[in-house]
Design a protein around this ligand. Structure first.
Ligand code: ADP
Length: 396
């Protein structure tokens, strides 16, 4: 494997396992800071491989490939959660420095591990159980009320491992269809269906030395299980609740020993709830809910992740504008995105367009647009319009 060329000046090489858009978006701040990025990409046309000169091709499940990649880097971090724990254990035994560490990352890789740990910490979660038999499913449904939310503990993303089920039969039929990671006997996470007011996300960063920084709490808007829009900060959020959820996220980062960026996805629950919020899930990497920070905060999440994994002092997470709205660009009508640039750039010179270099597939996240403004509704309209125009959803 070719070694990444070292930048003069004693700068470290940060290796990212996985060549998706998150690795790709780290390259901008890495270039600015003179830090050398190298990425282990799934193929030569992966989003990050197109933007990062040092991009050996290899599978994240292939110990030999990951091991020789790690040998050319000073620190390893991840574009996704899917590197098998056994492989991470082998790297740890080799002495590879990883942020987040395998022990912390477990909580973002397996939703059952995460639920057990957060519940033990007394962090508010939906009522949940692990079901291995039809009887377990019926008993839980009768206890918390149907329908319940079923989740495959591992491997889900963008709502793909999540199903609202009204009966045992619906659950077993679905498990057969999704196949991985296995049948009911392997254990499926069941949660009560939370009647939430809205979805929030708290993004924090923590360095190995223990310094931490939190961005303002955001609202995430989902359509059919996929995040379509992020509003920063979450409009009208009660200040005591903002401080409660931020403290919870910082506590999770500290107690789990998270290093790098941590996203804590939450549901805001109405007055009927036993807690004003419950935690949905964790991601230990830059996250879609933090893309707004690239243009809307003094320090964006990709720069902050690099600082954190290198144990450098963290940057200021404060917002630069009263409101920043991020609209995801989801694959739609048009295969070609570039022809839309002339129109959207002329219509809104202040809109910040980010495109990931990925092929267009329906509902695939292929880019996002950030707009900052003094007026939330104006920012939503402008960001949404640019995102929809890019994919041909609107034509003028
Ligand atoms: P993924 O790992 O695929 O992102 P999530 O656990 O975040 O899956 O769930 C995807 C979406 O499903 C959430 O954003 C939320 O809208 C909905 N959801 C998940 N869990 C629950 C729940 N317990 N109650 C109600 N809705 C839920």
């Amino acid at each position: 494997m070719t070694e990444p060329k070292r930048t003069p000046g004693g700068f470290p090489v940060v290796g990212v396992v996985g060549g998706g858009q998150l690795a790709r978006m780290m390259q901008g701040p890495a270039i600015e800071l003179g830090i050398q990025l190298s990425v282990l990409a799934e193929d030569a046309y992966a989003a990050a491989a197109l933007a990062i000169p040092s991009a050996p091709v290899g599978e994240h499940t292939d110990l030999h490939a990951v091991r020789s990649f790690a040998a050319s880097c000073d620190v390893l971090t991840f574009d996704h959660e899917h590197v098998p724990p056994s492989l991470l254990g082998a790297l740890e035994a080799d002495g590879v420095v990883m942020h987040p560490t395998p022990a912390a990352l477990r909580h973002a890789q397996d939703k059952l591990v995460m639920r057990r740990r957060l519940s033990a910490m007394g962090i508010a979660c939906p009522r949940w159980t692990v079901a291995r038999t039809a009887h377990d499913v019926t008993a839980f449904g009768e206890e918390v009320g149907w329908p319940v939310v079923a989740k495959t503990p591992r491997g889900g993303y963008d709502g793909k491992g999540v199903l609202l089920v009204g009966s045992v039969d619906e659950l077993t039929g679905w498990l057969e269809r999704v196949g991985a990671p296995g049948p009911l006997e392997e254990g499926v996470l069941l949660e009560e269906r939370v009647d939430f007011v809205r979805e929030l996300a708290v993004l924090v960063a923590r360095s190995p030395s223990g310094q931490a920084a939190a961005w303002p709490v955001v609202e995430t808007v989902q359509t059919e299980g996929i995040c379509t829009e992020v509003l920063a900060p979450a409009p009208g959020l009660d200040p005591p609740l903002a401080s409660l959820v931020t403290q919870a996220a910082l506590r999770i980062a500290g107690e789990l020993g998270v290093t790098g960026v941590l996203a804590v996805e939450m549901f805001e629950v109405g007055l009927a709830g036993y807690s004003p919020y419950v935690v949905n899930e964790l991601a230990m990497r830059p996250h879609n809910s933090g893309h707004w920070s690239m243009d809307g905060a003094v320090t964006g999440q990709f720069e902050q992740h690099l600082r954190a994994v290198l144990d450098l002092p963290l940057g200021d997470p404060r917002p630069r504008a009263p409101w920043t709205v991020m609209a995801n660009v989801l694959g739609g009508q048009d295969d070609e995105l570039y022809p839309a640039y002339r129109h959207i750039m002329a219509r809104d010179p202040a809109a910040k367009i980010h495109v990931y270099g990925k092929g267009v597939r329906p509902s695939r996240k292929i880019g996002h647009v950030n707009v900052s403004s003094d007026d939330l509704q104006v920012a939503r309209e402008r960001a949404g319009h640019a995102a929809d125009y890019l994919t041909g959803l609107v034509r003028e």
